[in-house]
Design a protein around this ligand. Structure first.
Ligand SMILES: [Zn+2]
Length: 268
């Protein structure tokens, strides 16, 4: 969760709009009278800025840029309509705004509309406070939350294990399926070795991405799920093929919770 602090006082010259400093008093130890044009004050008085770790600095940078865009929209009426068209209303030569003392708590931590232009024009995505498409801290950076998507084909690829271990994969119509749709076969989710290998792969994914705040443990994109006896028994007991999936994913999540209690496990 990040908090966007707006003890904001600014004298800005941006997009042709001139704002003036509207109040000047010490906030968080900062003498606002000494601020130059185009200044944003984030209330981070609990810790000196230089003590922040890189991750924290990136978060603060993101908050600052999102803060600017929020200010421009909410207080100056600017609208970011398309990547090449920003509506800027006339505000006159000098306009008093404020005092502004506002805290914005975004209701969504992961913001991505999956709208193509956000990726193609990440600077436009940043204006919309999309926080999942660019690593550039000047554009707000990327949240540690990722899209939850199909993952079994990466965590236990049939191309790598299928020949020696067909029993890792779904039994359908009496045969172990080693392919399926575009992202490979489903797994035999009651096989303890499958659980061990997928868990290891997931923990390795997290080890190389310590900033990650979630991880996908998701079936592949078709219904050729495993009908072997143990898998079928779980599905029968739970009343749905989701039974074997949830049992499996929860077992992986139990191990993830031990190693990375800050990480959520997502499934499709
Ligand atoms: Zn099975």
């Amino acid at each position: 969760m990040f908090f966007l602090f707006f003890r904001t006082v600014l004298a800005a010259s941006i997009l042709g709009v001139v704002c003036c400093i509207v109040y000047a008093k010490p906030v968080g130890g900062v003498n606002l009278e000494k601020l130059s044009d185009w200044s944003i004050v984030l209330d981070a008085s609990a810790s000196p800025a230089e003590a922040y770790a890189a991750e924290e600095l990136q978060r603060l940078l993101a908050e600052a840029s999102y803060g600017v865009y929020t200010f421009l929209e909410d207080y100056l009426g600017i609208r970011f309509l398309t990547h090449d068209h920003t509506f800027v209303p006339k505000v006159g030569g000098c306009r008093v705004i404020g005092p502004v003392d506002r805290t914005v708590r975004p209701p969504l931590q992961f913001r991505w509309s999956y709208y193509g232009v956000n990726q193609q024009k990440p600077e436009f995505g940043a204006r919309l406070r999309v926080n999942a498409v660019s690593d550039d801290p000047r554009l707000g950076g990327r949240t540690g939350l990722g899209l939850v998507t199909h993952s079994f084909h990466e965590q236990l690829p049939a191309e790598e294990y299928g020949e020696d271990h067909p029993e890792y994969y779904a039994l359908v119509d009496g045969i172990r399926k080693l392919d399926g749709f575009y992202d490979g076969p489903q797994l035999c989710l009651s096989n303890p070795e499958v659980l061990k290998r997928v868990t290891t792969a997931v923990l390795e994914q997290l080890a190389v991405n310590p900033a990650a705040r979630n991880v996908s443990v998701s079936q592949t994109d078709h219904d050729n799920y495993c009908r072997c006896e143990p898998c079928a028994a779980i599905d029968e007991r739970e009343g749905s093929p989701m039974g074997s999936i949830l049992t499996f994913v929860n077992a992986v999540a139990d191990e993830v919770a031990k190693a990375r209690p800050d990480v959520s496990v997502g499934i499709l």
